[in-house]
Design a binder for this molecule. Structure first.
Ligand code: ZN
Length: 260
């Protein structure tokens, strides 16, 4: 089916001062500003938010919020960059967001979930269990403070690709490996097709070389998911947008400019 979303916005968020080696085996140790964005998509039937960035509550005290993890993170973040401020700046209310799609539930993607109690939350199978009761090595990157307020939200766990509005315009793609329930989002816009890859891969060089990152729960599955994304890119003539890649981020317009 050939439905189209109307437009989307790349919403700037926090930036981590980090190096490629932290997110790709064999990457450079040179520091750079790593983008941590979210994406808002307008469909005739409602707004869809893909990821929610770092928690606005981190601004009130990062040590309180992240605990021991705060000491290993360097970031730039401000009140204008939190996801709710970004959505309001576009003229929407938070209640206008109908669906929140979580690429996965690491703290740099799940921090704003609590802001959308009216929405329906879509997440791929196995992610909730992983996030709520993580393996010990992942207990810092999955923050219980992000999840606790969402415990009674309207979560829908899906096990496979999912067409949100039944018209082919916005589709969740199952791309696990980084986490058990990692997913990507394909969006057909008026003039182009985009795939938001979440953390299925972290850098363009990692995708091209099919290189995993130190924290992936299942590297073999992660490589299969990267190959899947490349096949979808070729078959759909789609542009992949890798969330943490600074060049991908720079190549697209940012809100308030829309992508069509
Ligand atoms: Zn992640």
């Amino acid at each position: 089916m050939e439905g189209k979303a109307k437009r989307m916005w790349a919403l700037p968020g926090a930036e981590f001062i980090a190096n490629a080696a932290a997110i790709m085996h064999g990457g450079s140790t040179e520091l750079y500003a790593m983008p941590v964005p979210c994406y808002l998509i307008e469909h005739p039937k409602g707004l869809v938010l893909f990821d929610t960035g770092c928690s606005p509550r981190m601004l009130d005290g990062i040590n309180d919020y992240l605990g021991a993890f705060a000491s290993v993170i360097r970031l730039r973040f401000s009140k204008e960059l939190v996801v709710d401020a970004q959505i309001r700046a576009l003229g929407y209310r938070l209640e206008d967001v109908r669906y929140v799609v979580a690429s996965h539930l690491h703290f740099d993607h799940a921090g704003g979930l609590y802001l959308f109690p009216h929405a329906r939350f879509l997440v791929m199978a196995n992610e909730l269990r992983y996030a709520w009761w993580p393996i010990p090595e992942h207990r810092l990157i999955l923050n219980i403070n992000d999840l606790m307020p969402t415990r009674n939200f309207n979560w829908l766990e899906i096990d496979g690709d999912y067409d949100l509005f039944g018209d082919g315009s916005i589709q969740m793609l199952k791309t696990p490996g980084h986490t058990p329930g990692e997913c990507s989002l394909l969006i057909r816009l008026p003039n182009r097709t985009v795939v938001l890859t979440g953390d299925t891969t972290h850098l363009r060089a990692a995708l091209e070389g099919e290189i995993t990152m130190p924290g992936d729960v299942d590297p073999e599955t992660a490589v299969r998911s990267m190959r899947r994304l490349k096949a979808i890119r070729d078959l759909h003539e789609a542009t992949l947008l890798i969330s943490h890649d600074p060049e991908d981020w720079a190549a697209f317009p940012h809100a308030p400019a829309a992508i069509e």
